[in-house]
Every structure is written in C-alpha cells, then in structure tokens.
Design a binder for this molecule. Structure first.
Ligand code: FAD
Length: 516
C-alpha cells in the first residue's frame, strides 16, 4: 500500500498538500514534511480564486477559524487599471453571468450599451467594490443572490465538479507566510512529522525511482511517494528525475517581479475588496489589501526593464509608505513540467509549473493538483492510468490558464511603449488565435473556449474581451430581431439591486474586525 509520503518544501504548496492529505486520509497516511530554513519561501502569493473556499471547507475550517490568523480579506474581483488607456478601469468580478432569452447579458450589452461600462451594467459586484463594502451583512449573511451556501458545502464536490453550477461571490487575500504557519499547526496537530533541514541529495534506485532524500542533519528520509514542493528549484522532479520543463516565455514574456510588503493603517485607508492590476510601461503592478498591510509588486519582462527601474517605479507608485519596505526581487520560471507526476514523485506548486500571477492562479494550481492527487492516489499499486490522468489534468489546467492570460495582452488596447506594441506581434497559441476570431462574432461560451477544465468559466473571457477594449466585438445578429424589453428590465434590476445593497452592506474593513 502506498501510504508513506515525504513532502520536500514547506511553502504554501507543501503545507496545503500536507493538510489536505491529512484531511482526506487521516491516520491511514504517514506524512513527513521537510523544509529548509536556509532556502526561504517565495514570500508572495496572496490572492486567490473563489474556488479556494472548497479547500478550507475540506479541511473543516470556517472563515473565523483561519481568516483573522492570516490577516485575510475578501476579494470580489480583479480590477484592471490602465490596460485600455490611462484612467480607465474595469472589473472581472466573481459573479455569475445572467442570461436573457438564451443570450448572455453581455451580448445584450453590446447591442444596447445602457452605459459605457459593461461591468457595472451587467454585474452587481463592481458597485459594491467601488463602495469598499463586504459581500456579507454584519450578521454574516451572504449578499442576496442565487446561492445556497450551506447546500453547496454539504455536497462536498471538488472545484471542477462545481464549475458552471454556481459562482461563489468572492475569494480570499491573505498573508502567505501566516497561512503556511496556520497550516503547519493544522497538519502537525494531525500527526504530520515536521523536520527543518536541508535536503542535499535525492537517492534513486536501479529503476530510477526515488528511494530516499538525504538531509544534512536527519539522515535519509524514505517513503513510497515523494512530493516535490521545492518551488522554482524543482529539486526532485526536474533535477533528480530529469523531467523536461516547457517554457511559456515565447507567449508570456514577463519573467521577473519585485515585491514590497507595505504596512498601512487599513482602518483609515479603507479596503477596496479586490486585487488591482495596474498596467505599467513594461508589465503591471498588483495591489492586494490585507487587514494590516498592502502587498504589492511589479511583474515585468527583463527584455524591456531592469530590476532597478522596476523597483524605482514600484516605490514611486506606492509613495512614501514604501520607504522602509524591503524589496524582494524574484526571477520567475514561466511554463510547466512536461509531466508533473513521474515514477513515484509528484511536483506540486512552483516546482510543477507557473504562469505569471495576473489572475492569481498559482494557489489554484496547487489546490487543483492536490484534489487530483487524492482522486488518483496510487493505493496498493502504481497504475499508469492514474498517473496519466493526473498529468493530463494538470497539463490542461496550465495550458488553459496560459491561453486566458495571453488573451489579456492580445485584447489590451494599450499600445504606447515597446512592451505594449510588441503584444500585437508576439506569437500566440494557434488555437487561441482561432478562438479570438470566433469571439469577435460570438462571445465566449462553453462550446468555444479552451475545451478542458482550467478553472475559468466563459464569462471570465467575456469580461476580459469587453474590458480590455482592443478587439472589435459584435453582438449576435439574432438580437436585432429580438424584443429588447426583457434585457432592459434585467439591466434596470441590476442597478436597483446594486443601489439597494450599497445602502445596507458594512464596510469591508469593519466586517473583518468583527470576525476576530
Ligand atoms: P516556495 O514558496 O518557493 O517554497 C519552497 C519550499 O521548498 C521552501 O519551504 C524551501 O525552504 C523548500 N526547499 C527548497 N529547497 C529545499 C531543500 N534543498 N531542502 C529542503 N527544503 C527546500 N499565486 C496565487 O495564487 N496568487 C498570487 O497572487 C500570486 N502571486 C505571485 C506573485 C509572484 C511574483 C510569484 C513569483 C508567484 C505568485 N503566486 C501567486 C504563486 C505562489 O506564490 C506560489 O504558487 C505559492 O507560494 C507556492 O510556492 P511553493 O510552495 O511552490 O514554493
């Protein structure tokens, strides 16, 4: 029976994996996690997808159990600033797209254009975000929308099983280091053996399978299954087992980031409950509000900008509050391992693959990988079927997200610097080029987006196409022959609902302080 697991690495990936496997298999699995105190964790990764709530639910945790310990806030959307032109912004919200007479409301919007903003016309969330509000009432009730929280939690479905059925209205933002600490306690309380040491050699047997990892001070650690959570180093999968890495650099050129953690009085400043991505001359800056500070960073391509210039731009963007914050310069490895599961080794996290953090997909990749690992866990034999299904699923998720991110740059209207001009001529995946041609005439739907599960529903693509403004879109011709009354009623109902909610919801900051 495969039930002895060694996890190398104690970042977000290592501890999410350890705690999820314990929640899934309890004492029937034996887990050792070894992490180095010499090699630091990446130190970023603070915004998530709305599906992350299934992770905490699986661990049996309520928001009040973990959010205060991790300085966590709600994220209702990604806000894109200046991607179209200076001063312009739009939201990609966590909110299900409405349909009227079989057409998505965005299609009706292209025809009717009640205002210049598709996001506030078609969704309720943008108005709530602009007002800095919580998606829960003071008594904890979720905003009034078609969503039965409890019934959904009872079903215990995985992320991919949920997709398309519902859209939960928010995700979380948290301090990565505090989450790792919280999950360390969760895991060790449930029996995970925690070793702080350096792994300096990976032993292979005569078949080329891993037989142990040698540590500096704790000797050799052995198991049946080895999980590589060593970050961009990918010490087990890419180095010891020699699995090739497929770079995405040709289509996604951002290869660097500089990050700052900026302490701020969030009570005074207030919390805009979203992650903001502000386009810059050679990339974009993220802004993530937490309860005690803001996390921010410039993601850029070294072909266009030096690390010194990136840091200077970031500090100017943040202002005087950044003066004492230490800069964390990061070199990103963009792409995926050809196979994330090889022999008796599974890589999870940055060791498996990574695309730039434009839509906060890193932790989603980890969550997805763990769900798939549990689903395909080897049992009493190593079956190629389980391994191949796992690898295919991980490949699909990363390739799908890659397409979605490339779309951001292709669709952005911004065209004022060499970096943005080159987005017009850079190679894009063939299938995406064809899909974009279709989307000019028929907005994305489940039949014409990337065909495998990758966490992004068709409405997400619509938001990017409509918000970025660089691609000419046409409403469906059938709408010209249709009665518009129902669509107009829907647009009016959204305005009414948004205006009602902004009057009664509490401020986001006030809501978190009462979770303590
Ligand atoms: P790391 O954090 O690098 O951890 C590696 C671990 O391996 C450490 O514990 C280290 O000590 C250990 N280790 C390494 N070598 C050895 C050794 N020889 N012996 C023992 N231990 C060893 N994701 C999101 O979802 N949302 C975001 O907003 C987001 N923003 C990001 C921004 C940037 C700039 C980057 C680069 C990534 C971002 N990500 C984001 C991705 C996210 O940060 C990662 O997916 C997540 O932190 C997981 O990292 P990890 O655990 O795989 O690696």
């Amino acid at each position: 029976m495969v039930n002895k697991v060694v996890i190398v690495g104690g970042g977000t990936a290592g501890w999410m994996t350890a705690s999820y496997l314990k929640a899934a298999f309890a004492d029937r699995i034996d887990i050792t996690l070894v992490e180095s105190d010499r090699v630091s964790t990446i130190g970023v990764g603070e915004a998530t997808f709305s599906d992350i709530r299934h992770f905490f639910a699986f661990l049996g945790l309520k928001e009040s159990d973990w959010m205060p310990a991790c300085n966590a806030t709600y994220k209702l959307a990604v806000r894109f600033e200046n991607w179209r032109e200076p001063g312009h912004h739009f939201y990609h919200p966590f909110e299900q797209m409405r349909s009227v007479n079989g057409f998505p409301l965005t299609d009706w919007w292209l025809k009717e254009k009640p205002s210049a903003r598709f996001d506030t016309d078609c969704f309720v969330m943008p108005s709530i975000i602009d007002a800095g509000l919580s998606p829960r009432h003071t008594d904890g009730r979720l905003i009034d929308q078609p969503f039965d929280e409890e019934a959904e939690e009872m079903q215990g479905l995985t992320m991919s099983e949920h997709q398309g059925k519902t859209q939960f209205p928010y995700a979380y933002q948290f301090e990565a280091a505090l989450l790792a600490k919280f999950l360390t306690r969760y895991s060790t309380d449930r029996g995970v053996r925690h070793i702080v040491d350096d792994v300096n050699h990976v032993e292979l047997d005569e078949r080329g399978w891993i037989s142990g990892v040698r540590t500096a001070e704790h000797g050799e650690l052995t198991g049946d299954l080895y999980i590589d959570c060593t970050g961009f180093r990918a010490m087990l999968l890419n180095k010891a087992l020699d699995v090739p890495f497929i770079s995405f650099q040709d289509t996604l050129p951002n290869d660097s980031a500089v990050a700052l953690q900026v302490p701020m009085d969030m009570e005074r400043r207030g919390i805009l409950p979203c992650t903001t991505s502000t386009a810059q001359d050679a990339g974009w800056i993220w802004t993530i509000p937490l309860t005690g500070r803001v996390g921010t960073g410039y993601v850029y391509a070294r072909d266009y900008l030096s690390p010194e210039e990136a840091e200077r731009t970031l500090r100017e963007f943040v202002g005087p509050a950044a003066a004492d914050a230490e800069a964390n310069h990061i070199r990103m490895r963009i792409g995926r391992s050809e196979r994330s599961w090889e022999r008796n080794c599974v890589a999870i996290g940055l060791s498996s693959g990574f695309v730039e953090p434009l839509e906060s997909t890193g932790i989603f990749f980890i969550h997805h990988a763990i769900e798939q690992l549990v689903k395909n866990f080897p049992g009493d034999e190593w079956s190629d079927v389980h391994r191949d299904l796992y690898n295919r699923s991980v490949e699909h998720v990363m390739e799908g997200v890659r397409e979605f991110l490339v779309l951001h740059y292709v669709a952005a209207k911004r065209n004022d610097t060499p970096y943005w001009k080159d987005t017009n001529t850079r190679v894009i995946p063939d299938a995406l080029a064809e899909r974009i041609e279709n989307w000019k005439r028929v907005l994305p739907d489940s039949e014409n987006v990337f065909p495998y599960y990758h966490g992004l529903p068709p409405y997400s693509y619509m938001c990017i196409l409509l918000g970025m403004g660089g691609i000419d879109l046409h409403h469906s011709p059938g709408l010209d022959l249709s009665d518009t009354a129902a669509a107009r009623r829907e647009f009016a109902a959204i305005q009414e609902k948004a205006s009602g909610l902004t009057k009664v919801l509490p401020k986001a900051y006030d809501y978190f302080t009462r979770l303590d």
